[in-house]
Design a protein around this ligand. Structure first.
Ligand SMILES: Cc1ncc(COP(=O)(O)O)c(C=O)c1O
Length: 493
């Protein structure tokens, strides 16, 4: 029988973001209270703020074994990636107009490459194999005298594969090109030494992936690499990034970096134990389960599993109503294309990508949470309490006007203001859903939808747990439908 556990949260989505740790929070709130100065001001509060800023810069630099002056604070990994790639290419005096990346980078890298393509750069995308690795021979073939920049992520956010950055960056430098690596998922998880990685020119990192605050990150820029600002209007960060510094965020970043870099080896051991236990136990429940990517040459804290025949939205929702937070990968576009583009870039089918789940650990996870996950997963497979997922074909006038169906719209109020729903639908509030149960007839089929699928899935599982039988969920939500049925779904002007 489907259960709802509102008392327990098992957070297995640490690649999306992490919970701030108490030591970091303590420092952030202390400095928010006591250091209100602007680091650029020439008075005592300003000097104090400047001192704190530079101290945090040193803390981050120490973790990477680089110089403090090579660290430039940004609002996070996205901005660091944009700054590294666009600033170097658009402002370089070089005549070189060829840039290389992989097909499974974070969107902040891929979109920057797209943008540069629109500005006349030739872009080459390296293929990634099913274990999540590039082929260095392919890279060698692509590198030519016109190659200005190569950007390859250190560890992938969805499958965790760790590239051999030392060897790759050497190849790139031997060709006379710049090398950037997105280390947002790697920093704090495996040791990084920029003295050893001396061929790396640019490296992006972020605070909220290491139990620091959101909205804070940095770009490492090796001395001599020519960058000009993307955000102009101030002399901050040695004019590379204008704008008054986010001092509390930077303080939190420095503290989180200092703490995690001391612990990353012991944490890795713990995560590897979790990963091993989880995978071996899942195999006992679902013997067809398969791993996406590599088990060993990947972040110990990341595991991505393919459950053949299981819709990942359904599984994710079931886990979630039981308090377990996982991820089905970045929704790459609205509506019907909700699957991980990383998995398809690795050569997996769309079907496999739609049946895969990412689990990512952080420092607050405990071994007994693995066992809880296994218990709930087992229930999901044994109980066979799945709801019916329907697609666009199902949503016909015949169904909408049928006496057999009771139609429920569980969107947020703001979504209803933007898009009209079906006029036949009963509008139930997401938060007050429980109170509406007696309004739902027991003898009818229930068709339930929301804006993007997720609320409706939760509501459907809830109804199932309350004994309602025939439940149909419109998987993609109105977002997926609005291009297709203009007459029923209008955009409010
Ligand atoms: C690999 C990678 N790069 C960049 C980012 C963006 O970082 P931020 O959220 O700090 O902008 C993320 C965040 O998910 C990521 O996983």
């Amino acid at each position: 029988m489907i259960g709802f556990n509102i008392h327990r949260t098992v957070y297995f989505d640490n690649n999306a973001t992490t919970q701030i740790r108490s030591e970091v929070l303590k420092d952030v709130s202390y400095y928010l209270k006591t250091s209100y100065g602007n680091p650029s001001s020439v008075h005592r509060p300003g000097f104090k703020a400047r001192l704190i800023l530079e101290n945090s810069r040193s803390m981050v630099a120490r973790c990477l074994n680089c110089k403090s002056e090579e660290i430039f604070f940004t609002s996070g990994g996205t901005e660091a990636n944009n700054l590294a790639i666009q600033s170097l290419c658009l402002n370089s005096d070089s005549k070189k107009k060829h840039i290389i990346t992989t097909s499974f980078e974070h969107s902040s890298v891929l979109d920057s490459f797209d943008y540069l393509h629109s500005k006349g750069f030739k872009v080459s995308y390296l293929k990634v194999n099913s274990s999540g690795f590039i082929d260095r021979e392919e890279l060698k073939k692509l590198l030519d005298k016109n190659t200005l920049l190569v950007s390859i992520m250190y560890a992938n956010n969805e499958v965790g594969s760790i590239q051999n950055i030392k060897t790759i960056s050497k190849l790139v430098k031997e060709n006379g090109s710049y090398f950037h690596t997105d280390c947002v998922q790697t920093f704090g998880k495996i040791p990084i030494d920029l003295m050893e990685l001396f061929n790396v020119d640019l490296m992006s990192i972020s605070a909220h992936k290491i139990h620091g605050p959101k909205g804070s990150g940095a770009l490492f820029v090796r001395k001599g690499v020519p960058l000009v600002p993307l955000i102009r209007g101030g002399h901050q960060e040695r004019t590379i990034r204008g704008g008054t510094e986010n001092l509390s965020g930077i303080v939190g970043f420095g503290k989180a970096a200092e703490l995690i870099c001391k612990e990353n080896v012991s944490c890795s051991k713990k995560y590897f134990k979790f990963k091993n236990r989880l995978f071996s136990k899942v195999k006992k429940i679902v013997n067809q389960v398969e791993l996406n990517g590599s088990f060993t040459n990947s972040l110990p804290s990341t595991i991505n599993l393919y459950f053949p025949g299981v819709d990942n939205k359904q599984l994710q929702a079931y886990l979630s109503i039981n308090g377990i937070c996982t991820s089905i990968g970045a929704a790459c576009s609205e509506g019907e294309n909700e699957y991980s583009p990383v998995l398809t870039a690795m050569g997996y089918s769309v079907q496999r990508a739609s049946q895969s789940l990412r689990i990512s650990f952080g420092r607050f996870n405990k071994l007994d949470e693995i066992d809880y996950f296994i218990k709930i997963l087992q229930r999901f497979f044994e109980d066979d309490e799945q709801v019916n997922f329907v697609n666009t074909d199902f949503v016909s006038d015949e169904v909408l006007n049928s006496e057999e169906f009771f139609i429920i719209d569980v969107r947020w109020e703001i979504e209803r203001k933007i898009f009209k729903g079906f006029k036949q639908a009963h509008q139930f509030s997401v938060l007050g859903f429980r109170k509406m149960l007696d309004k739902i007839p027991n003898d009818k089929k229930i068709f339930i939808y929301c804006q993007n699928g997720m609320n409706a899935i939760f509501a459907a599982f809830y109804l199932k747990s309350k004994g309602f039988k025939d439940i149909y969920v419109y998987h993609f939500g109105l977002t997926g439908l609005r291009h297709l049925i203009d007459s029923d779904v209008e955009t409010k002007k």
